[in-house]
Design a binder for this molecule. Structure first.
Ligand SMILES: Cc1ncc(COP(=O)(O)O)c(C=O)c1O
Length: 359
């Protein structure tokens, strides 16, 4: 019997591999595999979500007007230049769908965030991955990779899975030498974690007068609302207009929108989380380095560490009920990525590490 055949290339796409969430025989594993917020979310956000539960029968506002206004006011942006999606993942997919097709390409650093490549491949275009010497985006090599068929350049600052951050001058240098017909997608999923670093910028203000920059953000990380799937982007009016033509109308739920508005207003929660991530990643890096394990400098809520042979270490964590992220699907099979948990959880991690052999 014949079956419907997907478009060429669709079945060549390697499915997204999320961080593992389960361990056989462990009822409540310590999940440090998806860079979630171990402190949950703002209490005000949770309350707003619960209030929203009385309106589950209603469609959301297709323009996400209230959250749009709240972000525009807080971040000082033009509300009409914002676009929303089911996580920033959906915004990458929209950008790819709007700007790429067969015969064209997008450019990313070698260890680019996995969802970008899926979004690109789904359009029939090709992703060009540019070598990252020592796990940091190489701007000159990125520029050299841009050709006449390039339509999008993706970078994340800070980056996942490396945790690396670029001085904003490097982002500016990339942009300054790119053709303006190429869209620069600047993924700021972890930007809040890096605000205190000298030389870092999320690029929001800078993007205001650029014709080809789309800055993406998410409520999934520091705001602790990963389950609600709320991402947003700020871009030039024509780019936003293009995405608006193809976006699904109701990606942001009503209760999700209400929760995000409350989360946005809770600066204290964000600040506490950012501070805890900083302390946690420094303590974890120290503990790993004390054992002779190389860690990549991180400006995020995770630490990426080199174990030579990562699988046995991952297994030893699992024996102690701890799930970390194996980075084999990122082409980093000897590395593990460990999300920062609450302080007591990190004590468990360090304690577990002290018993491992060989590390
Ligand atoms: C660099 C980067 N960008 C984007 C995302 C996706 O976030 P969202 O939950 O908004 O789709 C992640 C999630 O892990 C990420 O690490």
């Amino acid at each position: 019997m014949s079956a419907p055949i997907p478009k060429p290339g669709i079945l060549d796409i390697a499915p997204y591999v999320p961080g593992r969430a389960k361990l056989a025989g462990v009822e409540r594993p310590l999940k440090l595999s998806a860079n979630e917020n171990p402190f949950g979310c703002s209490e005000a956000a949770r309350a707003a979500f619960l209030t929203g539960s009385s309106e589950l029968a209603l469609y959301p506002d297709a323009n996400t007007s209230r959250l749009r206004a709240a972000i525009a006011e807080k971040v000082n942006l033009e509300p009409e230049r914002l676009v929303f999606g089911a996580g920033s993942d959906e915004i990458f997919a929209m950008a790819a769908q709007a700007y790429l097709g067969p015969g064209e390409n997008a450019v990313q650093p070698q260890f680019g965030f996995a969802a970008w490549a899926i979004a690109v491949a789904a359009t029939g275009a090709r992703m060009v991955s540019v070598h990252e010497p020592d796990y940091v985006t190489d701007i000159d090599a990125m520029l050299a990779a841009i050709d006449d068929q390039t339509r999008i350049v993706f970078i994340a600052n800070p980056a996942n899975p490396t945790g690396a951050w670029l001085p904003f001058s490097e982002v500016e240098r990339l942009h300054a030498s790119m053709p303006t017909r190429v869209l620069l997608v600047l993924d700021g999923a972890y930007a809040e974690c890096a605000y205190d670093i000298d030389g870092f910028s999320d690029g929001m203000e800078w993007a205001r007068n650029k014709s080809n920059v789309l800055v993406t953000r998410t409520f999934s990380k520091v705001y602790g609302l990963a389950s609600l799937r709320i991402g947003w982007a700020y871009g030039p009016a024509p780019v936003v207009a293009a995405l608006d033509r193809i976006r699904l109308p109701f990606s942001v739920s009503r209760a999700g929108e209400a929760a995000a508005i409350a989360a946005l207003a809770d600066d204290a929660f964000v600040q506490r989380s950012v501070e805890a991530f900083k302390q946690g990643r420094e303590a974890l890096a120290d503990a790993l380095q004390a054992k002779g394990v190389r860690t990549l400098p991180s400006a995020t809520n995770f630490v990426t560490a080199y174990f030579g042979d990562a699988k046995p270490i991952e297994a030893q964590f699992a024996q102690r009920g701890i799930i970390v992220r194996n980075l084999a699907n990122y082409g980093m099979p000897n590395w593990l990525r460990i999300s920062i948990g609450a302080p007591a959880e990190m004590e468990r991690v360090v304690e577990a590490l002290s018993t491992f052999s060989p590390v």
